[in-house]
Design a protein around this ligand. Structure first.
Ligand SMILES: Cc1ncc(COP(=O)(O)O)c(C=O)c1O
Length: 400
């Protein structure tokens, strides 16, 4: 059970009392605890980490490593598994760009991937550096393991799949897919941008090789995310972006790289973001990921119960809410997705996303070539807000 009192932690909800924020799959609102933690970097710590000998630098170094520890514990990993990145996209690119495809060239993705986990591999496939194949979902948008068993073989180098889908809110059986990958001598990267903020994730238990996510989708700051990876992979991988603090020694004719994760964190980092992200992880832990997941499912059920029988409306993904999280994607016949989004905003201040959600091939695959409307719920949303949403959607559908 999540108390509505928690809404008081979010200054935006206080400032915009008339807004119903359902664009959480895009980015989430920030609680004051995160904003204050971020501010503390600028007002109390200053300085840069890992370089200078003065006390402020030492303080920032401590805070950066403290943040790494909090983030690691949040996803069931160790601090040395965590590489700070700008966002989930950068973490996905880091792996795609540094992965050793010299022995095996096949990558298995899914047609429902976000562009951030599809394009880094698609570019390589277009350049004929790798072979890329896409697993297709069942009609309700969920994936059966048989499709992975069919596609993943002894030629597969890497499996690159989502944890939770950003258009349908469905979850992929990632631990089972990891086992299939490993049984075939392949590795697996899990795009958990929509998973880490909403479900309990344990990197170790999942046995993924790499896992990626963004801070801003989990109450944290923008501009900070993470790659979580098995240390032996990080140790072998070449650096991605190079520069200050990635090295042990540089001569004009040789370089000795630093140990991971430092090897991958070139230049001055987003310290305020790191500290804020650590606080966001702690905040979510306090509320409890199981509570958050249950709350979102209850909200999704209200939307599904209220709208699944409405004529001239198409809801994407499984009708059974136990198979999905708090993402609710739909279209209304005769009204474009952008028109629906504008009307929701104008009529009741409901903020949703419209378009193809950076997943164009996936949207085409599910028959939403011209896009759709996506409402995505989070811990601060209320049943009353979802009821207002369903009533407003019904009125809009009647206009079509
Ligand atoms: C499933 C998924 N993967 C990756 C991303 C990219 O995240 P970011 O833009 O924070 O890098 C998103 C963003 O919406 C997403 O939903």
């Amino acid at each position: 059970m999540i108390s509505e009192k928690l809404r008081e932690d979010f200054p935006i909800l206080e400032k915009h009392k008339d807004i119903i924020y359902f664009d959480n799959a895009c980015t989430t609102l920030k609680p004051k605890q995160v904003i204050e933690a971020e501010m503390r970097y600028y007002t109390e710590y200053g300085g840069c980490a890992g370089r200078s000998a003065h006390r402020l630098s030492k303080l920032v170094s401590e805070k950066v490593e403290e943040g790494r520890g909090k983030i690691a514990s949040f996803v069931g990993a160790k601090p040395e598994n965590i590489v700070y990145t700008k966002n989930c996209s950068e973490a996905l690119n880091l792996v795609a760009k540094t992965f050793d495809f010299s022995k095996r060239k096949k990558v298995v993705g899914t047609i429902l991937e976000h562009h951030s986990s599809m394009l880094p591999f698609e570019i390589k496939a277009l350049n004929k550096e790798i072979e890329l194949v896409y697993a297709k979902p069942m009609p309700d948008g969920t994936f059966d393991l048989s499709v992975y068993n069919e596609l993943i073989d002894r030629n597969t180098a890497l499996v690159a799949v989502h944890h939770t889908n950003n258009t349908l809110g469905t979850k992929n059986p990632v631990a089972e897919i990891a086992k299939i990958a490993h049984d075939n001598g392949a590795q697996i990267i899990v795009d958990a941008a929509q998973g880490v903020p909403h479900s309990e994730i344990n990197f170790r238990k999942m046995d993924a090789d790499y896992l990626t996510f963004s801070g801003h989708k989990m109450l944290g700051p923008t501009g900070i995310g993470a790659l979580v990876a098995k240390y032996e992979h990080l140790d072998r991988m070449p650096p991605f972006i190079v520069g200050g603090d990635t090295i042990e020694q540089v001569k004009t004719d040789s370089v000795v790289w630093a140990k991971p994760p430092r090897k991958f964190e070139a230049g001055i980092q987003h310290y305020a973001g790191i500290i804020g992200l650590g606080e966001a992880a702690e905040y979510l832990k306090r509320v409890g990921l199981k509570n958050i997941e249950q709350h979102e499912r209850e909200l999704a059920k209200i939307a599904m119960d209220g709208l699944s029988d409405v004529q001239n409306m198409r809801i994407y993904g499984p009708k059974d809410v136990s198979k999905r999280t708090g993402i609710f994607t739909f279209n209304a016949r005769g009204v474009t997705p952008h028109q629906v989004a504008i009307m929701l905003d104008k009529m009741k201040g409901i903020a949703v996303r419209s378009g193809v959600f950076c997943a164009q091939p996936g949207m085409e695959h599910i028959g939403a070539c011209d896009g759709a409307v996506r409402a995505s719920f989070y811990l601060y949303n209320t049943k009353k807000e979802v009821e207002t949403f369903t009533e407003t959607v019904k009125q809009i559908v009647q206009l079509g």
